[in-house]
Ligand binder design. Structure first.
Ligand SMILES: *[C@@H]1O[C@H](CO)[C@@H](O)[C@H](O)[C@H]1NC(C)=O
Ligand SMILES: *[C@@H]1O[C@H](CO)[C@@H](O)[C@H](O)[C@H]1NC(C)=O
Ligand SMILES: *[C@@H]1O[C@H](CO)[C@@H](O)[C@H](O)[C@H]1NC(C)=O
Length: 689
């Protein structure tokens, strides 16, 4: 009863808060006084019409199409500039409307400027854009374009300013070329036979060959099995006896297919089955968010719609959506601890004497190495794929979106494989989602150390865990206060358009180890509690108050997402630093704490139909495919979205069409990866144990 009352109070106070927040109205008259964020000439027409030999005044130049970044310069007497200033100051909700992207067909530019004399041309020069750190990251990646920049920077700047002048904006813009495509390079493979590409071809051929050989051997064995009792399927489900055959069969396609659908074994496996469902739905939300990001990274024709939407409660929900990753951290901590407990018990059963330091060291290294191999083989394969140059349909944005990733991967792949990419090379990220793996790996190692300490000094284990939890729960708040972070992570439209480059909030606040370890450790503690409960055979399910608490967590969780509303929608006024730090402490920590209770409850069979639903067999397969889908989903999203020629209309329908495509594409790719890479590797690891 008490809980219900307090929940009710919370609901009421929150609704009052939500209602009290002012409503934002965009002045659309003013909005259309600004230059558009994107202005692309027709890409295909440019390259075909003015192609080699066909240009009327071509003069032998191949047709050239340049992607240009521009920044509007201040002019207080211009209405356009005042609108830009007014609208861009809501930087948490709006794009930075000073930053414009142009796709310029150089022949068209030349035509437009042909009648101007030298003086008029000089008037159109506003200068080179050199001081924009985010643009400079791109310029450095596309360093091979220096020649095109030197040749065409002045022409493109004059062209841009001519266009701004024609439309009477009364502003000029500095600009710089990011890259140019010519008839000779567009849609071509850049360097077909470089070592990177060759490596990928060799690896793919090797995988296919291994799978074929292994599958044929398996088929052969099945034919020669004179056991009438054994059905087709059972052959593939029973492991062969000799070690050599086992090694030979690791790549067998049929065998791996059945392993994908294998029932979890053991009591713990069955009780934690629901985690697969959480993994899948969290992955869905991650794909949702990241597809939107790639759309923002490209070009949209109606930036005003997402901007206005962010001012509503739905916007708050989207912004709070960054809490999804906590689900992964908590479940990862939980699974680590469950398997750690199983390992220690197995060792203690074998030799019950006291552990020496060497035992711990060996175990620590062993567990980490196994985990490293299990995660890294697939990761490395996707990294290889991300760096491949292949024949593409190009488009003005292709290189901006897709080649940036290829170049970054070729440069920084090693930070990913060392799992330090959340600290090193953060401006040129390869596989942006890899920050999670880095943070998770660091948390894994530290948690394992803490668990070992807890095991070694059993008497003090509670104190040790308590101190670690307390420290890392408070740390986000302390750091937020000391380093003056914004209390929540904001994936604002401009941040996403800039691919999170140079975003301190993302690098230091959101993706770093120290900010996430608290959540991870909540998972660790949840597993310890769950373990104690099942050792003592305590029936949590029969405790009425726990049932109520558990079900109350669902509405409270939804409301918790809205607690960012006053903070996020509170215009202008500085967030009070102290309260901001408090919120930074509780936002993720309460969420992970609640999630831990939720998980323990579900493991203890609380949860009625929610639990039944979450344990459906379909999620077993989807859950197993989630890691692969996580690895490839951005690649899948980029392949489609990087080919857009013109700004796309960002509507609900379009958005969901893309999300659906990315979801299906990622899980299907993940299925292929699982059968050819992931499951063979895990079979090999099993043999090594
Ligand atoms: C909207 O902006 C225009 C142009 O700046 C201005 O004339 C008008 O008064 C504004 N409308 C409102 C409701 O603020
Ligand atoms: C433009 O106006 C803003 C305030 O509206 C002022 O702070 C700034 O100094 C002005 N700039 C120039 C160059 O006049
Ligand atoms: C500033 O704006 C005014 C009014 O639109 C315009 O006459 C003037 O040329 C602009 N100055 C520059 C440097 O663009």
């Amino acid at each position: 009863m008490h809980q219900i009352m307090s929940t009710l109070k919370l609901v009421i106070s929150l609704s009052v808060l939500l209602a009290a927040v002012q409503c934002f109205e965009m002045n659309m008259t003013q909005y259309y006084q600004m230059p558009q964020l994107y202005d692309f000439d027709d890409y295909d027409r440019c390259l075909h019409e003015f192609g080699k030999g066909s240009g009327a005044e071509g003069g032998g130049n191949p047709a050239t199409y340049c992607f240009v970044r521009a920044e509007v310069q201040p002019n207080n007497s211009s209405a356009a500039w005042r609108a830009i200033e007014e609208i861009s100051k809501y930087d948490r909700h709006h794009f930075d409307h000073r930053q414009l992207n142009f796709g310029l067909c150089l022949h068209k530019c030349e035509e437009q400027l042909v009648s101007l004399d030298a003086n008029a041309m000089k008037q159109l020069q506003a200068g080179l854009l050199t001081d924009n750190a985010k643009v400079n990251v791109y310029l450095e990646l596309f360093a091979t374009e220096a020649g095109n920049r030197a040749r065409f920077n002045e022409l493109t700047n004059a062209c841009i300013n001519w266009r701004l002048q024609q439309l009477n904006f009364g502003v000029q813009a500095k600009s710089v070329i990011e890259y140019c495509d010519t008839t000779a390079t567009a849609g071509k493979v850049i360097e077909e036979d470089d070592p990177w590409n060759l490596t990928v071809y060799v690896v793919i051929c090797a995988l296919i060959l291994l799978s074929c050989v292994s599958s044929l051997i398996d088929l052969h064995l099945k034919r020669h099995r004179h056991d009438k009792m054994l059905k087709e399927r059972d052959h593939y489900k029973t492991p062969p006896r000799s070690l050599v055959t086992r090694v030979l069969l690791t790549f067998s396609i049929a065998r791996n297919w059945y392993r994908l659908n294998q029932e979890p074994n053991g009591k713990i496996g069955r009780e934690l089955r629901f985690l697969d469902c959480f993994k899948f739905f969290s992955m869905f939300l991650v794909i949702f968010a990241h597809t939107n990001w790639v759309i923002y990274e490209g070009a949209i024709s109606n930036p005003q719609d997402p901007e206005r939407m962010l001012h509503t409660a739905a916007g708050t929900l989207l912004i709070s959506g960054s809490l999804i990753t906590v689900t992964f951290f908590v479940s990862s901590g939980l699974l680590l601890t469950v398997s750690w407990l199983a390992v220690t018990r197995a060792v203690e059963d074998r030799k019950p004497e006291k552990w020496r330091l060497a035992n711990y060291v060996v175990l620590f290294v062993q567990i980490n190495v196994f985990r490293y191999i299990r995660l890294t083989v697939l990761y490395a394969f996707v990294l290889l794929l991300s760096g491949v140059y292949f024949e593409n349909a190009a488009g003005p944005l292709w290189r901006h979106i897709f080649e940036r990733e290829q170049l970054a991967c070729r440069k920084n792949w090693w930070t990913n494989l060392l799992y330090i990419n959340n600290f090193v090379g953060t401006d040129e990220r390869c596989l942006l989602q890899g920050w999670y793996l880095a943070s998770d790996t660091q948390s894994f190692a530290v948690s394992l150390l803490v668990l070992m300490l807890g095991h070694r000094f059993g008497r003090w284990s509670k104190q040790i865990y308590g101190i670690v939890l307390g420290t890392f729960m408070l740390l986000p708040g302390v750091l937020t206060y000391a380093l003056d972070y914004y209390p929540i992570f904001l994936a604002s439209p401009q941040t996403q358009k800039d691919s999170f480059i140079g975003n301190r909030q993302f690098t230091e606040f959101y993706t770093s180890f120290q900010m996430n370890f608290g959540s991870y450790f909540c998972g660790v503690l949840a597993a310890l509690v769950y373990d104690q409960l099942s050792l003592k055979q305590y029936k949590l399910r029969e405790l009425r108050s726990f049932q109520i608490l558990w079900f109350a967590l669902i509405p409270v969780g939804v409301l918790w997402l809205f607690t960012a509303h006053p903070l996020y929608q509170h215009y202008y006024t500085e967030t009070p630093r102290f309260w901001g730090a408090i919120y930074a402490t509780v936002q993720r920590n309460f969420w992970s704490f609640g999630l831990s209770i939720f998980f323990v409850g579900m493991a203890a069979k609380v949860g009625w139909i929610f639990r039944k639903f979450a344990s459906l067999p379909i999620f077993r397969v989807l859950g197993r495919l989630t890691y692969g889908a996580f690895m490839v989903h951005l690649l899948v999203a980029r392949v489609a979205l990087a080919t857009v020629r013109e700004p796309i209309f960002f509507g609900t329908g379009t958005m969901f069409a893309y999300i659906f495509y990315v979801l299906c594409g990622s899980y299907l790719s993940s299925l292929v990866l699982a059968i050819f890479v992931e499951l063979p590797v895990s079979s090999c690891l099993k043999l090594m144990r």
